[in-house]
Design a protein around this ligand. Sequence first.
Ligand SMILES: C[S@@+](CC[C@H](N)C(=O)[O-])C[C@H]1O[C@@H](n2cnc3c(N)ncnc32)[C@H](O)[C@@H]1O
Length: 249
Amino acid sequence: MSEVSFENFGHVAKKVGYGNIFISSSRYNFQEKFIPILLNDIKNKLRVSHKDTLLDVGCGLGLFLIPLSFFCNTVVGIDHKNFINQIKSNFKFIIKKNLISGNFLKIKLNRKFDKILIYSVVHYLSSEKEFQKFIYKAISLLKHKGILLIGDIPIKEYEKAFIKSNEGKKYYQKIEKIKKAHKKKSKAFGISNFLKNRKKDSQLVTIDLEMIQNLKKRLNSMKLKVKFLRHKKLTMFNNTRIDIIIERK
Ligand SMILES: C[S@@+](CC[C@H](N)C(=O)[O-])C[C@H]1O[C@@H](n2cnc3c(N)ncnc32)[C@H](O)[C@@H]1O
């Protein structure tokens, strides 16, 4: 993955932590109202059950991991140590050995999972090759009949169309205002200098429809049930993002 973004996330997590879970997960406070809707959507798409062992890759501070822990038998979370250490000290009911620090691509896991969630993560990888590697690794960790949800993937063409639309123009004006207000907040959290000086990540993958088509072809040739679903309008990032649901047959 792109180590620059991973370390940037880790830095913000350490400074801000639960002081603002939305800043730590790169979201805006006005999007808070969508979280319970997303949680419900994730539960439905993964068909979460009390018997499940669920892996959340890139779990951040546990925005979904913690509530999902009430609906599953066991949850396992992976992310940068600055997120994982905070979950460990704030949510003692999650077994420590199930909170794993590090880059998913480099971690060796010796168990399989009924459900795997990768939410709002894959666009922080550095190339198409890494994007595919990430997904194939997750598939290899699925139990028979297990389900993987790779959610909230921004698609270049959908974002471009949204930016040009009237709704998009209004949305981005709002974001600009929020960004200005954010500057004050980041001062309060002591991260304004960091945000100004942080290393720009020039290696981030851009996910476009061609990449999705390539992935579709490869997944369809494997023994999997695969669905690609576009987000609806008036959701957190409007209809610019997609979810991929992969089920082992
Ligand atoms: C936008 S946040 C999303 C957090 C959480 N999934 C959510 O939806 O609230 C992206 C998260 O992915 C994590 N991440 C990115 N690449 C990763 C990797 N290779 N291994 C583990 N975590 C990763 C980042 O550290 C960050 O916490």
